[in-house]
Design a protein around this ligand. Structure first.
Ligand SMILES: C[S@@+](CC[C@H](N)C(=O)[O-])C[C@H]1O[C@@H](n2cnc3c(N)ncnc32)[C@H](O)[C@@H]1O
Length: 187
């Protein structure tokens, strides 16, 4: 998708939250948390035009799987047209409803959840609902990775997961805070 089309999607839908896709530099930095030498199942919330998804598809193993959860129909259409790969599923649902599109055996067995959705736009109870669903779908030791514009997610993440690390990435417009959170770290 061109930068102009991305901007038009932002103008039509405030939940897109950013005028431009994440920079390649930031994509690579977030993805250093992912072990590409192993097979994994990764759920991505808010893939947008697929800047992370395409990077992941190029690096992940033949038996890995990528499940995309996107609320904006224009982005879903674009993703379906540009990512044709049997390892990838694309769903037009809200992140909080992720469990409705996963198979029962996938719940509790997801290795990574990667999120670009603007949590700051959600009311506190809705943030908690999304984080609790995320915790339920992850396996023990699974990682929740999120890139956000500020530290507003620290408190709700601590409430639901009880741990977090953050790292600032300034080579992006807007600058992002990258969250790395582990499910049941000490189990
Ligand atoms: C800041 S953009 C990030 C897009 C892309 N991942 C990137 O890094 O450039 C946020 C994305 O989250 C989507 N989104 C917002 N709220 C969502 C929700 N509750 N569930 C799923 N997707 C959502 C938007 O449509 C948009 O694609």
């Amino acid at each position: 998708m061109s930068k102009i089309d991305f901007l038009k999607t932002f103008i039509k839908d405030r939940d897109v939250a950013s005028v431009t896709p994440t920079s390649q530099h930031c994509v690579k930095k977030v993805c250093t948390n992912i072990d590409f030498t192993k097979d994994f199942t990764l759920v991505e919330y808010g893939p947008g035009d697929g800047v992370f998804s395409k990077y992941l598809v190029n690096k992940m193993s033949p038996d890995s799987r990528l499940i995309l959860i996107e609320s904006n129909e224009d982005f879903v259409t674009h993703l379906k047209e540009t990512i044709r790969d049997p390892r990838v599923e694309i769903h037009n649902v809200l992140a909080g409803d992720v469990e409705t599109v996963l198979k029962p055996e996938e719940i509790g067995n997801i290795d990574y959840v990667l999120s670009g959705i603007p949590f700051s736009f959600l009311k506190k109870d809705r943030k908690i609902i999304v984080l609790q669903a995320t915790k339920r779908i992850l396996k023990d030791g699974g990682l929740f990775l999120a890139y956000q514009t500020s530290g507003h997610l620290k408190k709700p993440v601590m409430e639901v997961f009880g741990n977090l690390e953050t790292e600032r990435e300034i080579l992006n417009l807007p600058p992002y805070l990258i969250y790395r959170v582990v499910k049941n770290e000490f189990n």
